[in-house]
Design a protein around this ligand. Structure first.
Ligand SMILES: *[C@@H]1O[C@H](CO)[C@@H](O)[C@H](O)[C@H]1NC(C)=O
Ligand SMILES: *[C@@H]1O[C@H](CO)[C@@H](O)[C@H](O)[C@H]1NC(C)=O
Ligand SMILES: *[C@@H]1O[C@H](CO)[C@@H](O)[C@H](O)[C@H]1NC(C)=O
Ligand SMILES: *[C@@H]1O[C@H](CO)[C@@H](O)[C@H](O)[C@H]1NC(C)=O
Ligand SMILES: *[C@@H]1O[C@H](CO)[C@@H](O)[C@H](O)[C@H]1NC(C)=O
Ligand SMILES: *[C@@H]1O[C@H](CO)[C@@H](O)[C@H](O)[C@H]1NC(C)=O
Ligand SMILES: *[C@@H]1O[C@H](CO)[C@@H](O)[C@H](O)[C@H]1NC(C)=O
Ligand SMILES: *[C@@H]1O[C@H](CO)[C@@H](O)[C@H](O)[C@H]1NC(C)=O
Ligand SMILES: *[C@@H]1O[C@H](CO)[C@@H](O)[C@H](O)[C@H]1NC(C)=O
Ligand SMILES: *[C@@H]1O[C@H](CO)[C@@H](O)[C@H](O)[C@H]1NC(C)=O
Ligand SMILES: *[C@@H]1O[C@H](CO)[C@@H](O)[C@H](O)[C@H]1NC(C)=O
Length: 737
């Protein structure tokens, strides 16, 4: 029986402040966003939490669907549950699966009490959304399994402005023996019997964030990463949409997990048509022991509802993640134009050749010079990828006096048209080691390994077990020593393989917690360093790392045609302001495709961190002529990318004429990127209909210099005359008059 005397209702301070983001009427809970409601209640007979609604605004609790309850499926099988456990007649996948101290795996988490707090408590040791009182309100529901003496605290934080709910839970072992958590889904909710389609990212190295859409049928529609990291293969995100939803209209729900390790995402349709959503840890890598008196804290997952199509959902994620997830001071700042030494010099570097390259970079207007791989290793000089990883001491043959005088020489260069010094950045891959290294010779036990099983090499390297405190301390002190040794203003933190030999399934979980400890420490100590994540491209482009680092390298594929698709996909959930994108040389190293420098420039400047990944001395005369103009355009566009609203106008997978648009927050200006993939004699390019403008205002454009109403641009559109030839692009500015 559910016991009334257990209620704790904290009087809603919000009511006094004029806010009603969370209301508890008895134990009926209403979470209200600007254009969204999330309703659930306690079933008084059982104490179970039952879901009522997640969608557009509603104001009443109404009776659930009537489902014939004969046959094998009764009671909980036909309920919409908030925190499904195992046993007790629910045959769908659970959100929580615990092996109790006595070996029993049934759980019965029943309502005990709740409280509402203004603001949002932080999650110890985990990246999470944050917000002040007024931006976010939190409901914490305490559940208890009195058979096993295990409690659960479910947390729901609503950010009304973004129609977003951040969920997580903690499990406390109140018994006297160890329990083991085998499954933990941070977000779990049951949809009624409605038609839904799943939009899901998939891909691979150099092929990130392709998207597929499939119908959510009976059984499980599911994907996961088992690579130890969020990975290229999938990303911890999916959207559910109605079959009629488009980019700009209709209902869309997005689910995003703030976690960098293995994960699992599922939509399961049961016989009654209900669809259970689960987003959380991958059970294959979840076997987490919790001692008596100890707790397990799940990662956080965010659910967002939009009635403005897939684009509306994406923009809510962009704003939530820029304003309430990313904590770097650079998040809201324009980023320096960078040149990376890799394409130009590879491993064949030394102080002289790098300073020369930096001088050439400066002639183009580059503001940040990045020294990529190859700068370290003494006994095992990093002259190629077979050795040196782990030995983070500058190679004396390449830098006779260490990094300090070299970086000082870079800083003596003044940026073109500016008074500021050329900044210096460096590449590291501190979670990895080559067997050919002093570090491995001294600490072979520090790598992930499973007993006597062979330690599988990828790219000639092994993974340090960042779950070990001594490895965490090693990385913290090594990276700190590098940063203290010279004026380093940017770090590219790479990670180039997945986890192979996990001795215990939960080694991945412990590793990721250790990684967060390391990165939290370093970003707190070096807040003025601009950190960029990289994992063979977008292998860890996830909200966990975006909490600490403001940007991530999007893909090792810099072919502008492929990149457009990858960037569009990435923008489903992550803001373009967080993407790193560079112009590289042609023919492209991967695809051998030749695309004009303008098109490559336009695709790269759609991202917050724009740069060059080429040898300036190898630019053709025609390219060299237009590069200064492209650099100037990129600088002008950057503030729009950093703080503007982003619209996918047409997608390269479904149109020969893709387009995107940024609109400033005050709607006073907008920049449009329009592309033609293949030249065709017929048909005509369709008008490019814009979005997000003030319909009644008049905007002047620099395409035909006309001044038209926002409504004209949005309902009529722009007719763009592309020149003949494949891969043409244009950039159009609109200014409100
Ligand atoms: C657990 O709680 C239920 C419902 O309140 C009650 O019926 C049952 O007796 C309790 N069991 C134990 C072991 O306390
Ligand atoms: C809670 O909602 C149920 C319907 O789900 C309704 O029957 C009940 O009266 C509501 N309780 C309160 C206290 O409003
Ligand atoms: C958070 O709330 C404060 C106070 O209401 C407001 O000034 C601020 O703009 C909000 N921040 C965001 C990012 O919405
Ligand atoms: C959990 O155990 C502590 C003592 O270890 C006890 O005080 C507390 O009441 C228990 N909690 C519940 C919900 O039974
Ligand atoms: C630096 O590298 C360049 C290019 O490989 C080479 O020509 C030059 O001799 C090197 N300088 C030193 C001091 O090693
Ligand atoms: C530098 O200034 C020149 C002359 O004003 C201008 O043409 C060029 O575009 C500028 N370059 C950059 C990168 O700002
Ligand atoms: C890699 O560099 C080392 C050290 O300079 C050298 O001995 C080795 O031959 C190189 N290996 C390859 C495959 O180039
Ligand atoms: C160690 O380095 C040598 C020289 O480059 C290379 O031939 C060998 O394959 C490397 N060993 C491993 C395990 O990568
Ligand atoms: C970072 O970790 C070191 C030990 O590895 C510790 O001394 C220091 O206090 C930590 N700093 C922060 C900001 O967490
Ligand atoms: C690309 O351009 C290069 C140099 O201009 C040329 O040699 C090559 O054939 C071109 N490749 C393609 C696929 O057009
Ligand atoms: C638009 O105006 C600019 C500046 O006044 C001019 O350079 C450009 O040629 C004009 N474009 C058209 C299509 O009239």
């Amino acid at each position: 029986m559910f016991l009334k005397r257990f209620y704790v209702v904290t009087l809603l301070a919000g009511a006094v402040l004029g806010q009603d983001a969370i209301m508890a009427t008895g134990t009926n809970f209403t979470l209200t966003g600007d254009a969204m409601s999330y309703l659930f209640h306690v079933d008084h007979a059982s104490g179970d939490l039952i879901g009522d609604h997640f969608g557009g605004p509603t104001s009443d609790f109404t009776p659930p669907a009537s489902i014939f309850s004969g046959g094998w499926h009764d009671a909980l099988s036909n309920a919409r549950r908030e925190f499904p456990d195992i046993g007790r007649s629910d045959f769908r996948l659970p959100a929580i699966h615990i092996e109790h101290a006595d070996g029993d795996t049934v759980s019965a988490f029943l309502y005990q009490s709740h409280e509402i707090v203004q603001g949002k408590p932080s999650l110890p040791g985990l990246p999470a959304t944050y917000g002040e009182v007024g931006n976010v309100t939190t409901l914490i529901v305490q559940l208890y399994d009195n058979v096993s003496d295990v409690s659960a605290a479910l947390s729901y934080s609503i950010f009304p402005q973004y129609n977003a709910i951040a969920r997580s839970f903690s499990i406390r072992n109140n018994g006297s023996g160890d329990i083991v958590i085998d499954r933990a889904s941070s977000f779990s909710t049951d949809f009624p019997n409605v038609d839904l389609e799943m939009i899901e990212p998939h891909g691979d190295w150099a092929h990130e964030f392709q998207t597929v859409k499939r119908k959510v049928e009976y059984g499980e529609t599911t994907f996961r990463s088992s690579e130890g990291y969020s990975s290229h293969l999938h990303n911890p995100f999916f959207a559910l949409v109605s079959p009629t939803t488009t980019e700009a209209t209709g209902e869309a729900w997005g689910f995003s997990l703030i976690w960098t390790g293995s994960f699992a995402a599922t939509a399961e349709r049961f016989s009654n048509g209900y669809v259970r959503v689960l987003m959380g840890l991958n059970p294959l890598h979840t076997n987490i022991r919790v001692a008596p008196g100890a707790s397990f804290q799940s990662p956080e997952a965010v659910g967002i509802y939009s009635s403005q199509g897939v684009g509306g959902m994406s923009r809510s994620f962009h704003d939530l993640y820029r304003n309430h997830l990313s904590r770097s001071k650079f998040t809201h700042e324009t980023r320096p134009i960078l040149l990376n030494s890799w394409e130009g010099l590879g491993f064949d570097i030394n102080e002289t050749s790098l300073v020369t390259l930096a001088g050439e970079a400066e002639d183009l207007g580059v503001q940040l010079f990045v020294n990529d791989d190859g700068w370290f290793g003494t006994t095992y000089p990093r002259n190629n990828d077979t050795l040196g990883l782990g030995d983070w001491t500058p190679n004396p043959a390449k830098f006779p006096d260490g990094l300090q005088p070299y970086v000082a020489a870079i800083n003596k260069i003044t940026v073109l048209n500016e008074t500021s010094a050329l900044q210096f950045g460096i590449w590291v891959e501190p979670e990895m080691v080559n067997p050919n290294s002093t570090l491995y010779t001294e600490h072979p036990e520090w790598v992930l390994h499973a007993g006597k099983h062979q330690r599988t090499l990828t790219r000639n390297q092994l993974v340090l077990n960042v779950g070990l405190p001594e490895v965490q301390d090693f990385i913290i002190s090594t990276v700190s020593r590098i940063l203290d040794s010279a004026n380093i203003q940017y770090v590219k933190w790479d990670n180039n393989r997945g986890m192979h030999e996990l001795s215990r399934p939960a080694d991945d979980y412990t590793y990721i917690l250790g990684l967060y400890r390391v990165i939290d420490n370093l970003t707190t100590r070096y807040p003025d360093v601009l950190w960029e994540g990289c994992a063979s491209g977008g292998g860890r482009f996830d909200p966990g790392l975006l909490h600490y680092w403001p940007q991530h390298w999007t893909s090792d594929n810099t072919d502008a045609a492929n990149r457009l698709t990858i960037q569009m996909g990435t923008s489903l959930v992550y803001p373009p302001s967080a993407m790193g994108c560079h112009i590289s040389a042609i023919p492209n190293g991967l695809t051998h495709r030749n695309i004009s420098i303008e098109y490559r420039g336009h695709v790269a400047m759609m991202c917050g961190s724009f740069g060059l990944e080429l040898n300036p001395s190898e630019l053709s005369p025609e390219e060299a002529d237009v590069v200064p103009g492209i650099m100037a355009q990129a600088k002008r566009v950057n503030p729009m990318v950093i703080s503007g609203n982003f619209y996918r106008l047409r997608h390269p997978d479904s149109s020969n004429w893709p387009g995107v648009q940024f609109v400033s927050a005050d709607k006073a200006s907008s920049v449009v990127f329009a592309f033609q993939q293949q030249y065709v004699v017929k048909p005509a390019a369709p008008p490019l209909r814009l979005q997000g403008l003030d319909a009644g205002a008049r905007y002047r454009n620099d395409l035909d210099n006309g001044t038209y109403s926002g409504a004209t641009y949005m309902n009529g559109g722009l007719n763009i005359a592309f020149p003949m030839g494949d891969y043409q692009s244009t950039l159009i500015w609109l200014e409100r008059q």
